[in-house]
Design a protein around this ligand. Structure first.
Ligand SMILES: [Zn+2]
Ligand SMILES: [Zn+2]
Length: 339
């Protein structure tokens, strides 16, 4: 079978490998769709989490079909379509016992420390797979993890229907953020970003005010829009530039800020923004326990990948796919490989 491998030094290449056999507790799946995440590009270019183990097959935004069960596995069933949640954990350390398995002492992550979804078949532990209903498409299923990352961070703050909210960053996480805020009943949602086509997608998905930060200062524009009060909720989904500072500046008194972007370097902020306004600032880094909720939202039609998944490529065209994402060519928001 075909597999795409990276050494984390800027290179990726195709290898021919044997189809894996599922060990005890594992399931063999055929990959149907795998999203190219910004963190995959980061891994290929030298970034990634401390537990990365190279060379590795990238890819964690996976929709697959169950082909064969290893010993001791009774679910999912052969033929089920499933979504992957990429963390492998011990289940017995104190973080695992408290449900924070993604902070496990012995964490492994499919697509970073273990081979991921940029290949035709994979054998993975049964517990990493969630069966998905027929009404959720392959493209939606491979984005469950992205949407659930945003929802997990948003679940760490209290959002009420009368809030005005800002989403900073119109990538996949931010565009899911707009939809999730609308699904929670918030009707006043501001979206900021640099790319007109992404801001347009955000308007289609429910943002009623968009701000192009290349043309307009986002802090001034948001303060003006809210008559100087600021927003009750700010979801940061960019992980770049001075967006943390913007989040703190545009938050209202006792406002809440959820940070979801992963930054490659430290950033300067003014702590008095948090102290004097009594802000609540939380971070969120994983889909955690939000996966089932996101599946339900896709089923109900409250979430869509329209305007988010903009490109599909066969696995053999991975180079073009990666270049398209890396250089943000051709209006791409999310590109998906179809092995
Ligand atoms: Zn991702
Ligand atoms: Zn653990």
């Amino acid at each position: 079978m075909r597999a795409i491998v990276t050494n984390g030094e800027g290179d990726s290449w195709e290898e021919t490998r044997d189809r894996p056999e599922p060990s005890e507790g594992e399931v063999l799946v055929k990959i149907r769709a795998v999203g190219i995440c910004g963190s995959d590009i980061g891994l290929i270019d030298g970034g990634g989490p401390p537990w990365k183990d190279l060379p590795v097959v990238p890819g964690h935004e996976v929709c697959a079909e169950v082909v064969k069960l290893g010993a001791g596995v009774d679910s999912p069933s052969v033929g089920d379509r499933v979504a992957l949640h990429q963390f492998i954990y011990c289940g017995t350390c104190s973080a695992c016992r408290e449900g924070r398995y993604y902070q496990c002492d012995e964490i492994q992550e499919i697509g970073f420390s273990l081979d991921g979804g940029y290949r035709e078949y994979a054998a993975v532990p049964a517990y990493t797979l969630t069966p998905i209903p027929d009404s959720v498409s392959d493209l939606e299923a491979c984005q469950i993890d992205s949407a659930a990352c945003t929802l997990h961070a948003m679940d760490r703050i209290d959002i009420s229907v009368s809030d005005t909210a800002a989403v900073l960053g119109p990538g996949a996480l931010g565009l899911f953020g707009v939809q999730l805020l609308r699904a929670k009943g918030v009707d006043d949602v501001i979206l900021t970003g640099t790319r007109p086509e992404r801001l347009e997608a955000g308007r289609e998905l429910g943002a009623n005010k968009t701000i192009n930060v290349r043309e307009t200062d986002p802090i001034e524009a948001i303060m003006e829009y809210t008559d100087g009060a600021g927003v009750e909720v700010c979801v940061e989904a960019a992980g770049a530039g001075d967006v943390v500072n913007t989040s703190l500046k545009v938050a209202a008194n006792q406002g809440q800020v959820a940070l979801t972007g992963v930054f490659d370097a430290s950033r300067e902020i003014d702590p008095d923004d948090i102290v004097l306004k009594e802000l609540t600032v939380v971070g969120g880094v994983t889909a955690a326990h939000a996966v089932e909720d996101v599946i339900e939202l896709f089923e109900r039609g409250d979430l869509t990948v329209d305007g988010i998944v903009t490109h599909e490529f066969p696995l053999a065209e991975y180079e073009e796919a990666l270049e398209t994402v890396r250089n943000r060519r051709d209006g791409v928001v999310k590109a998906v490989l179809r092995p």
